[in-house]
Design a protein around this ligand. Sequence first.
Ligand code: ADP
Ligand code: MG
Length: 707
Amino acid sequence: MDVSIPANPRPIDVAAMADFPGSTETMIESLNGIGPARAKELRRLGVGTLTELLDYFPRRYQFEAAECPIAHLKPNCVQVIRGTVTAVDYIVGRRPRFEATIDDSSAVCSLVWFNGAYLRPRIHPGLLLRCKARVRFFKGIAQMSQPKWEIIAEEAEPIADSKFRPIYPASERLSSEAIARIIEQNIDQALEQIDEWFEAALLRQRRLIGRREAYRRIHLPLNWDEAAQARRRIVYDELMLMQLGLILSKRLRDGRLSAPILRIDKTLDERICRRFGFALTAAQRRATFDIVSDVRSGEPMNRLLQGDVGSGKTVVALYAMLAAVANRMQAALLVPTEVLAEQHYLTLSSLLRGSAVNLELFTGRTRRQSGGKLLEGLSEGRTHIVVGTQALLQPDIEFANLGLVVADEQHRLGVRQRATLKDKGQAPHYLIMTATPIPRTLALSYFADFDVTVIDELPPGRQPIHTRWLRTDQALQAYELIRAEAAAGRQAYIVLPQIEDDGLDESRGVLREFDRLGKGPLSGLRLRMLHGQMSTEDKQRAMTEFRDGGADVLVATTVIEVGIDVPNATVMLIDQADRFGLSQLHQLRGRVGRGKRPSHCLLISDAATADAEARLQAMMKTPDGFAIAEMDLQLRGPGEFFGTRQHGLPEFKLADLSQEMALLQQAREDAAAILLRDPDLVAPTHRHLRGALARQFAGVLPLGQIG
Ligand code: ADP
Ligand code: MG
């Protein structure tokens, strides 16, 4: 995800933050009950300070019933007793069983374990046991069948009250119990650091408990209810912090920056559309309307263009770029890989054939080859549209008047890179295209400061894609299909997860498969290879050849995942499909089904894990990218989904975006309301909130500047 960064961020106001609690951290070494060994172990678990200890949340809770005198046991309830073993017996027979009798001086209870031979060396008279199971009465004597048991010391405190036990993520050297004890011993001191962020009225309205109370109860709840309340409050806080950060960033952008005003009238609109050779779909029309109204506002556009693969985003982007050019501004199209840059360059060149628009390809290679010409073209304004990779983000690159930046698959570009680019013009308009349909939950959180346009319609005449899952030993069927399609003049992709075999297992890579297929199953077909380690020239040659029909099969890594557009390709074979993420599989599938013929997606896999199986099943079940994205989110969680770490956004500790829709919606409203009443968070009641924001988003969002 990306958050816009103003052109001239003021430095973060560290002095203003210094008086916030938390800036002077208590190290765990100085806490009660922690010696050097434990401190080391805690640090290994990521806990180095008192605050981090407080943030080390239980994974779940366990209910422990109070111990009950045997004489008071009730039938049919799960209860806990303790008593001394007075007799044991092992009974062989059709149902061998181990029996023991325990006595707690109020009464005796008999214990039975079927198939309990393993207990013979362990349980013997004289031991003190604590047992837990459902109680039955047999001839007036209490009996437990298959009880859970532990040997306890004479002096072990009886469990006097029913108790809720937090279960922490533990390590071999530091048990959950030990962590619980450490937290219990230090929680009072730790809680002193916790300050309330929100006004009492808001908490009442949302039925939220206080922040300090929430931190106590998440660690030491008395019951399920308390644990649930605590969790809800802490999740709410996480969501609020994120929402506030995003709104503030959006406001900084909208309020402080001006952008070039681009005028698009009917004549220009018609002139641009004539270029395409087809009518825009209704959804594409809506997208261009949105863009037109953004770019004439005088404020920078910050729009996310979301549409399934093949929905025609590139065309919409080109519309925007041509509009910029017609307004005497430059436009840049940023893409993550060289192959994709080349591909886009080719697509745009053919769409712009015969026009006066000056289009350039900017990659590390073309930059070197041009001997400075490319740089000049950009800085003197002769280049109108530039398609480029990361190479465009180098600090020495200047634009004469950059009016629009389009980023394809933007979620792969980091915050810092984007800031670099923004510095080059005076706040150019910004359009992100993503083929990864963004689930609503994520759109509301990570992309909250973007306006979103969804292209929810495919161009007319699209053919369905038949998806099949084959086992490795059925691969021959796949090759036969490829041969048949090739014989009919059509083409196929074969995608592998890696370039070389890693030698450790059955895994196959592009190099060896290329060889094997050419000699064996696909002999006689024209095969080409494409992967990231080839030189740019070779890559381009392979791509162009495949595009122009000079090859039948392209054996590739996922370099072809995005943007490649060859309508004549009708087969996508994904080998070892279990090695790919769900969204990635869907992207790859989107490379076919772009022409007039029905297409096929063949997944070859002997899926070993339940997760892999779920991904492949999902692919079989639906062609709908949106549904796929939702499932992907469930399977992987949002962090991995967008690579948030890479983008510098804090990960949630507790919040699970796929589950927290209602609370997220509330947080969104509440964050907006707070900033409406107290735009710079200067009210005394918001002092701690402001500090938390500054701490959490330092370096990511320009929050030091609030106020
Ligand atoms: P995306 O970038 O969303 O994956 P593209 O813009 O690459 O999709 O479009 C996919 C294909 O559909 C391209 O070949 C493009 O020329 C074609 N296309 C786009 N819009 C239309 C339309 N309105 N009518 C017909 N074909 C279209
Ligand atoms: Mg595209």
